[in-house]
Design a protein around this ligand. Structure first.
Ligand code: DX5
Ligand code: ZN
Length: 220
């Protein structure tokens, strides 16, 4: 896979025209949709939930990547899997039983991801890394789109890349939050970069996508 792949966060989409928004993104060559689910408890904001994921699944051919920013995610894994998620990413900080949840996600035939908040060290993942398909390194505090990239998270990515090599894991590394054409070069060694405001909030999305791809060397 050519990397880093750009995954739009639908949090910045126009929810009144979600199907058209998805079609527009797919028309630009996007094949990975990042869906931010927030519960108002784990994070101080509420976004959307199961019925919206079902709708996204219905109107999209892309990979549906569900980022669960919810407390005790084990309560809803099955429902989101049924709704059509391809990837289920939950937060390390939201449960005492990450391994149990990874097993549950796999038993439902889905890819498992773990997200870590900016202040959570990547080293907590040392043992579970070979078991998961995705690691999501949060580069903002989860809860809102359009926040500023936290610079030290770039160093975390580099430690995680080394850790992945050390433990010979295959997990894809995603960086999420505050990604723009200015900050993307700092994390261009990631496999997937999530872009919300800088892409969906742009007047010309085609140009914004191109700017992101140029800034990371994805295109020249
Ligand atoms: C933050 C979300 C991110 C975010 C990305 O809580 O997980 O996916 O909305 O949006 P931008 O690119 O606007 O920071
Ligand atoms: Zn996200």
């Amino acid at each position: 896979m050519k990397k880093p792949r750009i995954a739009p966060s639908l949090l910045s989409a126009d929810f009144g025209r979600l199907a058209e928004e998805i079609a527009e993104l797919e028309g630009l060559g996007i094949d990975w949709l990042h869906c931010d689910v927030m519960d108002g408890a784990f994070v101080p904001n509420i976004s959307f939930g199961i019925p919206v994921i079902e709708a996204i699944r219905r109107y999209s051919k892309s990979l549906v990547d569900v980022h669960l920013m919810i407390q005790s995610p084990e309560r809803y894994i099955e429902a989101f899997a049924k709704a059509g998620a391809d990837i289920l990413t939950f937060h390390w900080e939201a449960t005492p039983h990450p391994d149990r949840i990874v097993q549950l996600i796999h038993s439902l035939g889905k890819k498992a991801g773990i997200a870590i908040n900016p202040a959570t060290p990547v080293e907590v993942l040392v043992d579970i890394l070979p078991e998961i398909e995705i690691v999501c390194v949060m580069s903002v505090n989860p809860g809102f789109g359009g926040q500023r990239f936290i610079p030290y998270t770039g160093q975390k990515l580099h430690r995680l890349l080394r850790l992945r090599e050390e433990v010979r894991a295959q997990s894809l590394i995603q960086v999420d939050g505050g990604i723009t054409a200015e900050t993307a070069p700092l994390v261009q060694q990631a496999d997937v970069l999530v872009a919300g405001q800088s892409l969906l909030g742009a007047a010309d999305r085609k140009e914004a996508l191109r700017a992101l791809q140029l800034s990371t060397g994805l295109i020249v």
